[in-house]
Design a protein around this ligand. Structure first.
Ligand SMILES: [Zn+2]
Length: 299
Protein backbone atom coordinates (compact mmCIF):
# COMPACT_ATOMS: atom_id res chain seq x y z
CA UNK A 1 0.00 0.00 0.00
CA UNK A 2 2.79 2.38 0.97
CA UNK A 3 1.52 5.86 1.79
CA UNK A 4 -0.94 6.40 -1.02
CA UNK A 5 -1.54 10.04 -0.18
CA UNK A 6 -2.03 11.73 -3.51
CA UNK A 7 -0.36 15.12 -3.77
CA UNK A 8 1.24 15.01 -0.33
CA UNK A 9 4.18 12.82 -1.28
CA UNK A 10 6.67 15.35 0.12
CA UNK A 11 5.04 15.06 3.54
CA UNK A 12 4.97 11.25 3.38
CA UNK A 13 8.67 11.19 2.50
CA UNK A 14 9.52 13.45 5.42
CA UNK A 15 7.49 11.38 7.90
CA UNK A 16 9.01 8.19 6.57
CA UNK A 17 12.49 9.61 7.11
CA UNK A 18 11.62 10.59 10.67
CA UNK A 19 10.74 6.98 11.45
CA UNK A 20 13.60 5.44 9.49
CA UNK A 21 16.13 7.72 11.20
CA UNK A 22 14.59 7.22 14.63
CA UNK A 23 13.76 10.92 14.76
CA UNK A 24 9.99 10.84 15.17
CA UNK A 25 8.84 13.92 17.07
CA UNK A 26 6.42 13.81 19.99
CA UNK A 27 3.79 15.83 18.18
CA UNK A 28 2.74 16.62 14.62
CA UNK A 29 0.18 19.08 13.36
CA UNK A 30 -1.37 18.47 9.92
CA UNK A 31 -3.05 21.60 8.55
CA UNK A 32 -5.16 22.38 5.49
CA UNK A 33 -8.83 22.68 4.54
CA UNK A 34 -11.21 19.85 5.42
CA UNK A 35 -11.15 17.06 2.87
CA UNK A 36 -7.56 17.67 1.81
CA UNK A 37 -6.38 14.42 3.40
CA UNK A 38 -4.88 15.58 6.68
CA UNK A 39 -6.49 12.82 8.74
CA UNK A 40 -5.62 10.21 6.12
CA UNK A 41 -1.99 11.25 6.23
CA UNK A 42 -2.00 11.20 10.04
CA UNK A 43 -3.46 7.68 10.03
CA UNK A 44 -0.88 6.49 7.49
CA UNK A 45 1.81 7.87 9.75
CA UNK A 46 0.28 6.07 12.73
CA UNK A 47 0.32 2.87 10.67
CA UNK A 48 3.94 3.42 9.68
CA UNK A 49 4.86 3.99 13.34
CA UNK A 50 3.21 0.80 14.61
CA UNK A 51 3.29 -1.50 11.55
CA UNK A 52 4.53 -4.96 12.49
CA UNK A 53 5.74 -5.85 8.97
CA UNK A 54 7.06 -2.68 7.35
CA UNK A 55 8.23 -3.43 3.77
CA UNK A 56 10.99 -0.83 4.33
CA UNK A 57 11.92 1.35 7.31
CA UNK A 58 9.18 3.92 7.88
CA UNK A 59 6.73 2.40 5.38
CA UNK A 60 3.33 0.99 6.43
CA UNK A 61 2.44 -2.41 4.93
CA UNK A 62 -1.30 -1.76 5.07
CA UNK A 63 -1.99 -5.46 5.56
CA UNK A 64 -0.88 -6.45 9.06
CA UNK A 65 -3.40 -6.45 11.91
CA UNK A 66 -2.03 -3.20 13.33
CA UNK A 67 -2.27 -1.40 9.97
CA UNK A 68 -5.81 -2.63 9.40
CA UNK A 69 -7.03 -1.74 12.88
CA UNK A 70 -5.47 1.70 12.68
CA UNK A 71 -7.12 2.24 9.29
CA UNK A 72 -10.48 1.57 10.99
CA UNK A 73 -9.41 3.69 13.98
CA UNK A 74 -9.95 0.69 16.22
CA UNK A 75 -6.47 -0.07 17.45
CA UNK A 76 -5.84 -0.50 21.17
CA UNK A 77 -2.87 1.87 21.12
CA UNK A 78 -4.63 4.52 19.07
CA UNK A 79 -6.87 7.00 20.87
CA UNK A 80 -9.03 9.29 18.74
CA UNK A 81 -10.26 12.39 20.53
CA UNK A 82 -12.44 14.96 18.77
CA UNK A 83 -15.54 17.09 19.19
CA UNK A 84 -18.71 15.01 18.93
CA UNK A 85 -19.67 16.64 15.67
CA UNK A 86 -17.96 18.79 13.04
CA UNK A 87 -18.17 22.39 14.18
CA UNK A 88 -18.63 21.24 17.77
CA UNK A 89 -16.54 22.00 20.81
CA UNK A 90 -13.79 19.74 22.16
CA UNK A 91 -13.90 20.06 25.94
CA UNK A 92 -11.23 19.79 28.58
CA UNK A 93 -12.69 16.57 30.06
CA UNK A 94 -11.93 14.67 26.87
CA UNK A 95 -8.33 15.88 26.91
CA UNK A 96 -7.93 14.95 30.59
CA UNK A 97 -9.22 11.46 29.94
CA UNK A 98 -6.77 11.14 27.07
CA UNK A 99 -3.92 12.20 29.33
CA UNK A 100 -4.72 9.42 31.76
CA UNK A 101 -4.63 6.78 29.02
CA UNK A 102 -1.39 8.13 27.55
CA UNK A 103 0.42 7.73 30.83
CA UNK A 104 0.06 3.94 30.49
CA UNK A 105 2.55 1.90 28.49
CA UNK A 106 1.38 0.73 25.02
CA UNK A 107 -0.56 -2.56 25.06
CA UNK A 108 1.09 -4.22 22.11
CA UNK A 109 2.82 -1.64 19.91
CA UNK A 110 5.87 0.50 19.96
CA UNK A 111 3.93 3.74 20.37
CA UNK A 112 0.76 4.89 22.01
CA UNK A 113 -0.72 7.32 19.51
CA UNK A 114 -3.32 10.02 20.06
CA UNK A 115 -5.13 11.39 17.03
CA UNK A 116 -6.88 14.72 17.63
CA UNK A 117 -8.70 15.66 14.42
CA UNK A 118 -10.02 19.23 13.97
CA UNK A 119 -8.15 20.43 17.02
CA UNK A 120 -9.15 24.02 16.15
CA UNK A 121 -12.48 23.01 17.72
CA UNK A 122 -10.80 22.58 21.12
CA UNK A 123 -11.67 25.45 23.44
CA UNK A 124 -8.90 27.38 25.19
CA UNK A 125 -9.10 25.25 28.34
CA UNK A 126 -8.80 22.04 26.36
CA UNK A 127 -5.86 23.43 24.37
CA UNK A 128 -4.10 24.50 27.54
CA UNK A 129 -4.66 21.06 29.03
CA UNK A 130 -3.08 19.42 26.01
CA UNK A 131 -0.11 21.74 26.34
CA UNK A 132 0.87 19.93 29.51
CA UNK A 133 0.88 16.63 27.61
CA UNK A 134 2.93 18.15 24.79
CA UNK A 135 5.52 19.28 27.31
CA UNK A 136 5.66 16.16 29.41
CA UNK A 137 4.69 13.31 27.09
CA UNK A 138 6.34 9.97 27.89
CA UNK A 139 8.70 8.62 25.23
CA UNK A 140 6.16 6.08 23.96
CA UNK A 141 3.56 8.76 23.11
CA UNK A 142 3.06 10.48 19.76
CA UNK A 143 0.35 13.11 19.29
CA UNK A 144 -1.15 13.76 15.87
CA UNK A 145 -3.27 16.90 15.56
CA UNK A 146 -5.16 18.16 12.54
CA UNK A 147 -6.56 21.66 12.03
CA UNK A 148 -7.73 24.03 9.32
CA UNK A 149 -4.67 26.17 9.92
CA UNK A 150 -1.85 26.50 12.44
CA UNK A 151 -3.02 30.03 13.20
CA UNK A 152 -6.26 28.64 14.64
CA UNK A 153 -4.38 27.11 17.58
CA UNK A 154 -2.58 28.63 20.52
CA UNK A 155 0.97 29.53 19.44
CA UNK A 156 2.26 27.53 22.39
CA UNK A 157 0.65 24.40 20.90
CA UNK A 158 1.87 25.01 17.36
CA UNK A 159 5.43 25.70 18.45
CA UNK A 160 5.64 22.28 20.09
CA UNK A 161 4.48 20.44 16.96
CA UNK A 162 6.16 19.59 13.70
CA UNK A 163 3.76 21.41 11.36
CA UNK A 164 2.89 19.74 8.04
CA UNK A 165 1.06 22.27 5.85
CA UNK A 166 -0.98 20.41 3.24
CA UNK A 167 -2.12 22.34 0.18
CA UNK A 168 -4.96 21.80 -2.29
CA UNK A 169 -4.01 20.04 -5.51
CA UNK A 170 -4.64 21.33 -9.03
CA UNK A 171 -7.94 19.95 -10.44
CA UNK A 172 -6.07 18.07 -13.13
CA UNK A 173 -4.03 16.19 -10.51
CA UNK A 174 -7.14 15.18 -8.59
CA UNK A 175 -8.96 14.13 -11.76
CA UNK A 176 -5.94 12.12 -12.92
CA UNK A 177 -5.72 10.34 -9.58
CA UNK A 178 -9.42 9.50 -9.62
CA UNK A 179 -9.03 7.90 -13.04
CA UNK A 180 -5.86 6.06 -12.13
CA UNK A 181 -6.74 4.85 -8.63
CA UNK A 182 -10.52 4.72 -8.54
CA UNK A 183 -11.17 3.81 -12.17
CA UNK A 184 -13.36 6.85 -12.69
CA UNK A 185 -14.33 7.64 -16.28
CA UNK A 186 -12.85 10.99 -17.38
CA UNK A 187 -16.04 13.01 -17.10
CA UNK A 188 -16.96 11.74 -13.67
CA UNK A 189 -13.37 12.28 -12.56
CA UNK A 190 -13.49 15.87 -13.76
CA UNK A 191 -16.74 16.46 -11.94
CA UNK A 192 -15.54 14.89 -8.70
CA UNK A 193 -12.30 16.84 -8.93
CA UNK A 194 -14.33 19.98 -9.35
CA UNK A 195 -16.26 19.16 -6.20
CA UNK A 196 -13.14 18.27 -4.26
CA UNK A 197 -11.73 21.71 -4.90
CA UNK A 198 -14.84 23.11 -3.30
CA UNK A 199 -15.83 22.45 0.27
CA UNK A 200 -16.21 18.69 0.27
CA UNK A 201 -13.09 16.92 -0.88
CA UNK A 202 -14.05 14.27 1.62
CA UNK A 203 -16.80 12.97 -0.63
CA UNK A 204 -14.24 12.10 -3.24
CA UNK A 205 -11.37 10.81 -1.18
CA UNK A 206 -13.31 8.84 1.38
CA UNK A 207 -14.26 6.42 -1.38
CA UNK A 208 -11.87 3.55 -0.85
CA UNK A 209 -13.97 1.16 -2.90
CA UNK A 210 -13.04 1.01 -6.54
CA UNK A 211 -16.31 0.08 -8.17
CA UNK A 212 -18.57 2.33 -10.17
CA UNK A 213 -21.35 2.13 -7.59
CA UNK A 214 -19.10 3.75 -4.97
CA UNK A 215 -18.47 6.56 -7.43
CA UNK A 216 -22.16 6.95 -8.00
CA UNK A 217 -22.68 7.14 -4.24
CA UNK A 218 -19.99 9.78 -3.96
CA UNK A 219 -21.64 11.71 -6.72
CA UNK A 220 -24.89 11.40 -4.84
CA UNK A 221 -23.26 12.80 -1.69
CA UNK A 222 -21.67 15.56 -3.71
CA UNK A 223 -24.98 16.60 -5.26
CA UNK A 224 -26.66 16.62 -1.87
CA UNK A 225 -23.88 18.66 -0.31
CA UNK A 226 -23.87 21.18 -3.11
CA UNK A 227 -27.65 21.37 -3.04
CA UNK A 228 -27.59 22.32 0.64
CA UNK A 229 -24.81 24.81 -0.13
CA UNK A 230 -26.81 26.54 -2.86
CA UNK A 231 -29.93 26.55 -0.71
CA UNK A 232 -27.89 28.42 1.88
CA UNK A 233 -26.74 30.81 -0.84
CA UNK A 234 -30.42 31.37 -1.71
CA UNK A 235 -31.16 32.20 1.93
CA UNK A 236 -28.35 34.74 2.13
CA UNK A 237 -29.14 36.25 -1.29
CA UNK A 238 -32.71 36.74 -0.16
CA UNK A 239 -31.45 38.46 2.97
CA UNK A 240 -33.05 35.82 5.22
CA UNK A 241 -31.58 35.60 8.69
CA UNK A 242 -32.38 31.88 9.09
CA UNK A 243 -29.54 29.68 10.33
CA UNK A 244 -27.36 28.17 7.59
CA UNK A 245 -26.87 24.43 7.20
CA UNK A 246 -23.29 24.94 6.05
CA UNK A 247 -22.23 27.10 8.95
CA UNK A 248 -18.64 25.84 8.63
CA UNK A 249 -18.30 27.54 5.23
CA UNK A 250 -20.37 30.60 6.01
CA UNK A 251 -17.88 32.96 4.36
CA UNK A 252 -18.02 30.94 1.18
CA UNK A 253 -21.81 31.03 1.21
CA UNK A 254 -21.75 34.77 1.75
CA UNK A 255 -19.27 35.30 -1.08
CA UNK A 256 -21.33 33.18 -3.47
CA UNK A 257 -24.47 35.09 -2.47
CA UNK A 258 -22.85 38.43 -3.26
CA UNK A 259 -21.37 37.24 -6.54
CA UNK A 260 -24.30 35.33 -8.00
CA UNK A 261 -27.52 36.65 -6.49
CA UNK A 262 -30.84 35.01 -5.72
CA UNK A 263 -31.91 34.06 -9.25
CA UNK A 264 -28.69 32.24 -10.11
CA UNK A 265 -28.65 30.46 -6.75
CA UNK A 266 -32.26 29.37 -7.25
CA UNK A 267 -31.48 28.09 -10.76
CA UNK A 268 -28.42 26.22 -9.49
CA UNK A 269 -30.34 24.57 -6.66
CA UNK A 270 -33.08 23.55 -9.10
CA UNK A 271 -30.50 22.06 -11.49
CA UNK A 272 -28.98 20.06 -8.63
CA UNK A 273 -32.39 18.84 -7.47
CA UNK A 274 -33.17 17.70 -10.98
CA UNK A 275 -29.76 16.04 -11.27
CA UNK A 276 -30.21 14.28 -7.96
CA UNK A 277 -33.56 12.88 -9.04
CA UNK A 278 -32.08 11.52 -12.27
CA UNK A 279 -28.78 10.30 -10.87
CA UNK A 280 -29.71 6.63 -10.82
CA UNK A 281 -31.12 6.41 -14.30
CA UNK A 282 -29.53 9.16 -16.36
CA UNK A 283 -26.45 9.10 -18.49
CA UNK A 284 -23.97 10.36 -15.87
CA UNK A 285 -21.71 11.86 -18.48
CA UNK A 286 -24.43 13.96 -20.04
CA UNK A 287 -25.79 14.97 -16.67
CA UNK A 288 -22.45 16.13 -15.30
CA UNK A 289 -21.51 17.90 -18.54
CA UNK A 290 -24.68 19.95 -18.46
CA UNK A 291 -24.30 20.77 -14.79
CA UNK A 292 -20.68 21.85 -15.14
CA UNK A 293 -21.37 24.00 -18.20
CA UNK A 294 -23.92 26.03 -16.27
CA UNK A 295 -22.02 26.13 -12.96
CA UNK A 296 -22.04 29.72 -11.65
CA UNK A 297 -18.62 31.34 -11.49
CA UNK A 298 -17.69 31.99 -7.89
CA UNK A 299 -14.19 33.28 -7.32
ZN1 LIG B 1 1.53 -3.07 8.71
Amino acid sequence: MEWNVIGHEWAARLLQQHIANGEARHAYLFTGPAGIGRRTLALRFAQALNCTQPPAPGLPCGACRACQQIERQQHTDLAVVQAERVGGDLKIDAVRELQRSLSLAPYESRYRIALLPRFHEANANAQNALLKTLEEAPGHVILLLTADSAEDLLPTITSRCEVMRLRPQPLVTVAGALQAHWGAPPDEARMLAHFSAGCLGTAVLKGKRTDREALRENLHDAYRTWLSFWRDVMLRSAGAQAALVNIDVEERVQAAAVQTGLETARRQAAALEKGLARLNSANLQLLTETLLLDWPRVG
